[in-house]
Design a protein around this ligand. Structure first.
Ligand code: ATP
Ligand code: MG
Length: 160
């Protein structure tokens, strides 16, 4: 369905408001003005955003921050980022992070719950929309996930 990017980010922030408040994590949105609506399977993109924000909440210390941004890239892509200043991911793990069931360091992940499927599902969903997703991270500094969605989905890609 046609989705306003600003509203979509506002709503994911709202869904995590209670948890964020409990953990004293601030969340802010930076959205380019007058972004056009984008045609997406909204439930699926919400699933992606929920996973990314829940990862940031899990791996960011109390008092940290999460930033959500949306802007137009090269005129035909909506680019969304989810960034945190949490524990980050060691370089050696970065290339495997989108694999199913892959989780960094069982010890740190043990108490966090989850199965290690979130990012692989996110990648499937973004690919199905004709977009791309990538993750940048620096250990002990933070993590930034960037995904794009086409403003004019090709035939055959979801949600068409
Ligand atoms: P699930 O999403 O299935 O509940 P999960 O969150 O462990 O489980 P993914 O979302 O696929 O799985 O993430 C894989 C792993 O990548 C995580 O276990 C964690 O080690 C690491 N990771 C993901 N996002 C972050 C982040 N923002 N900061 C630090 N580490 C992260
Ligand atoms: Mg996850």
């Amino acid at each position: 369905e046609w989705t306003d990017p600003a509203e979509m980010l506002e709503e994911v922030a709202d869904r995590f408001a209670f948890q964020l408040q409990q953990r004293h994590i601030r969340i802010r949105q930076k959205v380019e003005t007058r972004l056009k609506p984008v045609l997406v399977d909204r439930d699926k993109i919400d699933q992606v955003l929920d996973n990314l924000v829940s990862n940031s909440v899990k791996y960011t210390g109390d008092g940290g921050w999460i930033e959500l941004t949306a802007r137009v890239k090269d005129e035909k892509w909506l680019q969304v980022t989810v960034e945190d200043n949490g524990v980050g991911i060691p370089k050696k793990d970065l290339e495997r992070i989108f694999e199913r069931f892959y989780r960094v360091d069982k010890a740190r992940s043990r108490n966090m719950g989850g199965t290690g499927l979130g990012l692989s599902i996110a990648r499937e969903i973004i690919k199905a929309h004709g977009g791309t997703i990538s993750l940048d991270s620096e250990y002990n500094k933070g993590t930034k996930v960037t995904f794009t969605l086409p403003y004019s989905p090709q035939e055959g890609s979801e949600p068409a």
